[in-house]
Design a protein around this ligand. Structure first.
Ligand code: SF4
Length: 468
């Protein structure tokens, strides 16, 4: 009897392991997601720890001095614990005091340094230092969201980055020097990614960029295609389509980093009809026209108070979130009080505030009239007192209302209660809705599903609600 040759099955090779740390804003997070998707598709294993990793990638933030320090410390820790480190992200694009690369100056033993939004450069550095595995069992690992790749957020919400970089030159900001000018993603790619995310279970899509209202300016609002139909590369067209794609899934679309240009007026009717969430994250930074001019803010000539009031007339349920800077160089007491009045009159629902802190390389450092640190901090505290009073009053006005809540946490099917968010709360930055145990024994709650709840109390930045 002749022997039959049995093909040898290759032994499963242990996958090279990469420790990954992601610091910074949601835009940096989406860069991390792109890199992790490529690593996973090529068969690398990834972990959040340095333990047993063959090398470590640190995605850094370089926006304010505290973030720079945190990033440099993390790189130092990774070098001490692992020794083989690739650095990417905004800090990687930052120059040191005497020129040259800051990260390389501070940590000369890192394997490679790239700037932000540099997936291919990071992959090249990984391949050079930890060759790509050839394992038939792990090549082409399927991922949850298809073309949208791996996500670092919980499965039920995801950030959708629509553009990279920024054409503005705000005097306190060094982002354009790190991330470059605005580059809008093709509208068809953005919409395909959104569809894949909803199909993969995402129920809240958070649209992000440096300047969402400027989407498409760089390509002169070029017409792209999605689903066989033409779509303009323009915020209104994008948001309209996103609302249509989200609808069959009952999912939310939330807009971040929208500047108060007149064109935003066209998006408000979509909020009034519920096609996109009536929530706008508008980073205003100040209210006084002279301060806005010194900041060189986009839309600084707009009458923001009147604009917000008009938006509220068109869509009374609109929630406005914003961030501000107190104690900007040259800010007078009268200009600061103008800001406090603005918060009261515009009824900003959620406001964050930084005391101005000089960022190395920012043009604002040369503006005369730097206030002492104690005064900048004192103004921030005064701002927060006013902003919190407005916010608490607006939250209290919701008591008695019934709201749809997206469940973020519900141990034991929510029988002992859980935590969720309403349309008024973006993840990570706003408050939450604390869900009480349901009164009906048959009522259950699951992470990533919606529940209706009656608001019974307000506590600090949060609401308390009874699921119904
Ligand atoms: S709009 Fe201004 S603050 Fe925002 S990224 Fe551009 S330059 Fe920086």
């Amino acid at each position: 009897m002749s022997e039959v040759a049995v093909p040898e099955i290759p032994a499963r090779i242990a996958s090279p392991k990469i420790g990954f740390v992601s610091l910074g804003c949601p835009k940096a997070l989406t860069d991390s997601e792109l890199i992790l998707t490529r690593l996973s598709a090529e068969g690398y294993e990834t972990s959040k720890t340095f333990d047993g990793a063959d090398l470590v990638i640190v995605n850094t933030c370089g926006f304010i001095d505290d973030a720079v320090k945190e990033s440099l410390d993390t790189i130092g820790e990774a070098l001490a614990e692992n020794g083989r480190v690739i650095v990417t992200g905004c800090l990687g694009a930052k120059a040191g005091e005497q020129g040259g690369n800051l990260v390389k100056q501070m940590h000369p033993s890192v394997l490679a340094v790239t700037g932000p939004h540099a997936t291919q450069e990071v992959m090249d550095a990984v391949h050079a230092n930890l060759p790509k595995p050839h394992d038939p069992f792990v090549d082409l690992v399927p991922n949850t969201f298809g073309i949208a790749g791996l996500k670092l957020t919980p499965r039920h919400y995801a950030y959708l980055k629509i553009s990279e970089g920024c054409n503005h030159r705000c005097t306190f900001c060094i982002i354009p020097s790190m991330r470059g000018d605005l580059v809008s993603r093709p509208v068809g790619d953005v919409l395909s990614e959104a569809k894949a995310l909803f199909e993969g279970g995402v129920r809240e899509l958070l649209v992000i960029s440096q300047d969402t209202s400027a989407y498409g300016v760089d390509v002169k609002y070029r017409t792209g295609f999605w689903d066989g139909k033409p779509v303009k590369t323009r915020m209104l067209d994008l948001v309209t389509r996103l609302g249509e794609i989200a609808e069959p899934y009952g999912a939310w679309v939330r807009l971040h980093y929208v500047y108060p240009y007149p064109s935003v007026d066209e998006v408000i009717p979509l909020m009034a009809t519920g096609q996109v969430l009536p929530y706008l994250d508008v980073p205003l930074q100040h209210s006084h026209p002279d301060v806005l001019r010194r900041m060189k803010r986009p839309a600084s000539g707009e009458k923001n108070l009147e604009r917000i009031q008009r938006w509220r007339e068109m869509c009374p349920q609109l929630v406005v979130r914003s961030t501000f800077i107190a104690g900007f160089p040259g800010e007078t007491e009268a200009e600061f009080e103008h800001l406090l009045d603005f918060i009261r009159e515009a009824q900003i629902d959620r406001a964050g505030c930084f005391a101005y802190s000089p960022v190395q390389g920012a043009a604002a450092n040369d503006i005369p009239g730097m206030l002492p640190a104690s005064e900048r901090e004192a103004r921030r505290a005064r701002f927060m007192e006013v902003a919190e009073a407005v916010s608490v009053a607006r939250l209290r006005s919701r008591i008695g209302a019934t709201m749809q809540v997206l469940v973020d946490s519900a141990p034991g099917l929510g029988r002992k209660g859980g935590v969720g968010r309403s349309y008024a709360d973006a993840p990570e930055i706003d408050g939450v809705v604390r869900l009480l145990p349901p009164e009906k024994i048959s009522k259950t709650m699951k992470v990533g599903e919606f529940t209706r709840a009656r608001i019974v109390d307000a506590q600090g930045h949060d609401l308390v609600a009874q699921p119904i």
